[in-house]
Design a protein. Structure first.
Lengths: 302, 112
């Protein structure tokens, strides 16, 4: 008897190190556990805990390396999810600018937007460097276990672009002239809403899959501590930036709610985005603090 | 008295697992069964292996080498036995003290 597909999918989200050590035992144990979705939910919670507060084994030097790797992976994953929140917040507040959103509300929006775009530039630039550092040795050694997750985001990105193009084409086909305004107009029919909902879920899945694959490639490449020290410092900066963005969007949302310039749907989107920022920034901040602590000079025997 | 969500509990999963291993070496499923029979607490597999991972990393338990790695048993280390004894001693002292206080306050309530 094998574990269910959802349980195997959740098992995949545990860190590589945890899977290498315990996956065999969990695969044998899961079919014996009764409880259905509760077992899957317990696994998902455990996977989240392992990501946010991982336990490390090995020598002190290896533990410190794993700590830096975990911080890099956690902050990158949370930042990736935050990009969705950034798009949703901008869509809710700015695509059709809220009437009366000026002064400190607008300043907060501009600060949040600017800081997020700065982090996006830095993460993409540094991410490309780290991606090459992961991919080139893996290509030389033909290490498929690293190459597959490293190249998966490229494939997922291509599929996402194709689907996005199709949705835009269909939107324009159904409502002629809609193409130019597709980001500013929300569908009004039930079918249009369903397509939009599916597209949002699909996009979220694509972002999560890309981020998870990149993290998996990073874990499997076992980069040296010196390289991970650089990515940890960047992760600390990104975490700080996420906190700034969370505060800025909170201020902006407060202003928007005070003036009442949003309809119910856009309000829900903005609140959801700000909640995501708050959760992601607090988790990223905690992980970054632990990573920065592991950067301190080694104690004797390390 | 039935437990409700939010009620204070003594069922820390790490302590439950160590308490179960105090009776002898066990693999994952045997630990889950034993904890459930002894305390009524049903640990999930994810919770169990999260706990096993932490206890193993802290050197409180160790996995035994067996041919079938899918049913690998665990046992308490000397350090783990020490930590468990210390925790149980503390719990026992606290339980006795709390019970004495409870009896005293129940008496006071009856007198009032």
């Amino acid at each position: 008897v094998r574990p269910s597909r959802s349980q195997r999918l959740v098992l995949w989200t545990f860190p590589s190190r945890f899977r290498a050590r315990y996956e065999e035992e969990l695969l044998a144990l899961l079919p014996e556990c009764t409880g259905g979705w509760k077992v899957t939910a317990d696994l998902a919670l455990a996977a989240t805990r392992e990501r946010l507060r991982p336990s490390f084994s090995g020598s002190p030097a290896e533990r410190r390396r794993l700590r830096l790797q975990a911080t890099t992976a956690t902050v990158f994953f949370l930042w990736s999810l935050s990009t969705l929140a950034a798009v949703i917040f901008a869509r809710a507040v700015d695509d059709r600018p809220v009437p009366g959103l000026h002064a400190w509300g607008w300043v907060a929006y501009a600060i949040g937007s600017g800081v997020f775009q700065l982090t996006a530039g830095l993460v993409l630039l540094a991410g490309l460097g780290y991606w090459l550092r992961v991919v080139i040795p893996a290509l030389r050694s033909r290490k498929r276990s690293t190459l597959i997750p490293a190249f998966l985001p490229v494939l997922v990105g291509a599929v996402w672009l194709a689907v996005t193009g199709l949705v835009a084409f269909l939107g324009n086909h159904i409502v002629p002239g809609n193409y130019r305004h597709i980001s500013a107009q929300a569908p009004t029919t039930a079918a249009g809403m369903a397509v939009l909902a599916i597209y949002v879920v699909f996009t979220t899945g694509c972002v999560a899959a890309c981020a998870a694959s990149a993290v998996r490639a990073l874990e499997r490449s076992e980069l040296p501590r010196q390289l991970l020290a650089g990515s940890t410092l960047l992760a600390a900066f990104v975490s700080f930036a996420l906190i700034v963005v969370a505060v800025a969007t909170c201020v902006c949302l407060t202003r928007v709610l005070i003036i009442g310039g949003l309809d119910a749907r856009n309000t829900a989107m903005a609140v959801g985005a700000v909640t995501t920022f708050l959760l992601a920034s607090s988790a990223a901040g905690t992980s970054a603090l632990r990573g920065v602590r592991a950067l301190r000079p080694a104690v004797e025997g390390d | 008295v039935p437990q409700r969500a939010g009620d204070p509990r003594w069922t820390d999963p790490g302590l439950l697992v160590m308490g179960s291993l105090a009776a002898g070496d066990k693999h994952g499923y045997a630990i889950l069964q034993d904890v459930h029979e002894a305390t009524g607490v049903r640990l999930g597999p994810g919770t169990l292996y999260g706990v096993l991972s932490r206890l193993e990393d802290r050197g409180l338990i160790e996995a035994l080498d067996v041919p079938d790695l899918r049913r690998r048993p665990y046992r308490l280390t000397a350090k783990g036995i020490g930590v468990l004894e210390e925790q149980l001693e503390g719990m026992s002292r606290f339980a006795s003290l709390s019970r004495r206080r409870l009896v005293r306050s129940a008496r006071a309530v009856r007198l009032a």
